[in-house]
Design a protein around this ligand. Sequence first.
Ligand code: IMP
Ligand code: MG
Length: 176
Amino acid sequence: MREIISTLIGEKEVEARIQEMADAISAEYAGKQVHLIGILKGSIFFVCELAKRLTIPVTLDFMSVSSYGAGTKSSGIVKISKDLDEPVEGKNVIIVEDILDSGRTLSYVSGIIQDRKPESFKIITLLDKPERRVVPVDIAMTGFEIPDKFVVGYGLDYAQRYRNLPYIGVVEFGEE
Ligand code: IMP
Ligand code: MG
């Protein structure tokens, strides 16, 4: 099978939306410092584009979690393969995620981080597929709600490929 990628959200549109999200966060946390926690690897592009547009002081940390399997469906079993480097206690934490699908990953991660007593806690995601939700997750801000299609680009992969595409694309599987 070969993959065909078609553009769902163009680069300019993604970046304009990230600018709006950054402006909202800078206004909301005015006078404070935020601690962005990116969920690797998918969120790296979003974290970078967001962080460089924030006008308030920012610190960064990363956690790597994986749900088993390399295909297009998440299995529901979540494993931390890299924990945070810094404590979150007393910090204004914003978890930055690439995409919210079943909600299993974020539900698990947010439980762990909230147990570590941050000063405040919020989750933002670039993309959300609301139709796919199995576990409810409290999201403060979403970049784009998208249909139930498998997407790549802007950090998102299919079998580790396509993360470097500067836009969000839909993958279709054609015959060889
Ligand atoms: P959840 O635990 O089902 O919400 O899955 C979230 C994770 O699955 C995301 O952080 C992605 O790594 C991955 N994922 C879900 N949907 C897609 C997609 O359309 N493209 C690429 N990765 C996806
Ligand atoms: Mg992810």
